[in-house]
Design a protein around this ligand. Structure first.
Ligand code: ZN
Length: 245
């Protein structure tokens, strides 16, 4: 089984399209989305509908999905993120809003992997470093788990009491899953990467080969930016896409 694992699309249809185009050329048996389908980007409806059409699909909610659905107080949102939420609320179609409102809360178990948006003990918590990962490992029922939310592709591995983090760079990275290790993996963000690499990030988990391959693909950034500016969303949301910030 090969699962496409992706997160934080944030209404960036151009980035999502590029990822799915890549997926189409390779065998994918299952789609797993770790939340934040909307917020920031200018194509919330098209993004939701494209993700919804993937089969079979497992998807959990992110904090931006909750905020658009009115399920989050938005206290932690900065002014730009909050403005994007208000804009998304004003544009989202009823059927898509209902889809967001029904998204399950993480963590969720699927085929002996644990998935969450933020952390297994709190869907809104950011796992930013090894200390956060140490806590998160305590909550994991399986050796393999995936999370999103931070927009940084990273692997945390645990062997005995040792927890180590490895940030990923370059176009492709490979993780061979080893016996006796536990892993907490972030595939990075499709629609708003923040590791100074503007390419859309995602991962493919192969259960037969016991490996996770991390990918980056180019997409039409200029088109995504044009839509953001035309929509009169904050210009910073367009600028950061070029920088990968
Ligand atoms: Zn996000």
């Amino acid at each position: 089984m090969r699962a496409l694992i992706f997160s934080d699309v944030h209404g960036n249809l151009e980035a999502l399209t590029a990822v799915l185009k890549y997926a189409k050329r390779h065998r994918i048996d299952q789609y797993i989305c770790l939340g934040d389908l909307v917020g920031y980007g200018a194509s919330p409806n098209e993004t939701i509908q494209k993700i919804q059409a993937l089969k079979p699909l497992t998807v959990i909610r992110g904090n931006h999905d909750k905020a658009v659905a009115g399920q989050d107080s938005m206290e932690t949102f900065n002014p730009i993120a909050a403005a994007a939420i208000q804009w998304t609320k004003s544009r989202i179609l009823k059927k898509n809003l209902e889809f967001l409102a029904r998204l399950p809360k993480g963590p969720l178990t699927i085929d002996k992997i644990e998935i969450c948006h933020g952390a297994p003990f709190d869907e809104d918590f950011y796992i930013f470093g090894e200390y956060d990962a140490i806590e998160a490992f305590e909550y994991l029922p399986f050796p393999l788990s995936f999370f999103g939310h931070t927009h940084f592709p990273v692997i945390y591995s645990k062997h005995g009491d040792q927890v180590a983090g490895r940030f990923l760079s370059g176009p492709v990275n490979l993780l061979k899953i080893e016996k006796g290790f536990s892993y907490l993996i972030n595939p990075g963000s499709v629609g708003q990467p923040r590791d100074r690499n503007p390419r859309a990030a995602f991962a493919i988990y192969d259960t037969e080969r016991l490996q996770v391959r991390f990918h980056r693909v180019e997409y039409e950034i200029a088109e995504a930016q044009k839509k953001i500016l035309q929509a009169e969303l904050p210009a910073a949301l367009a600028e950061r896409l070029t920088l990968g910030l």
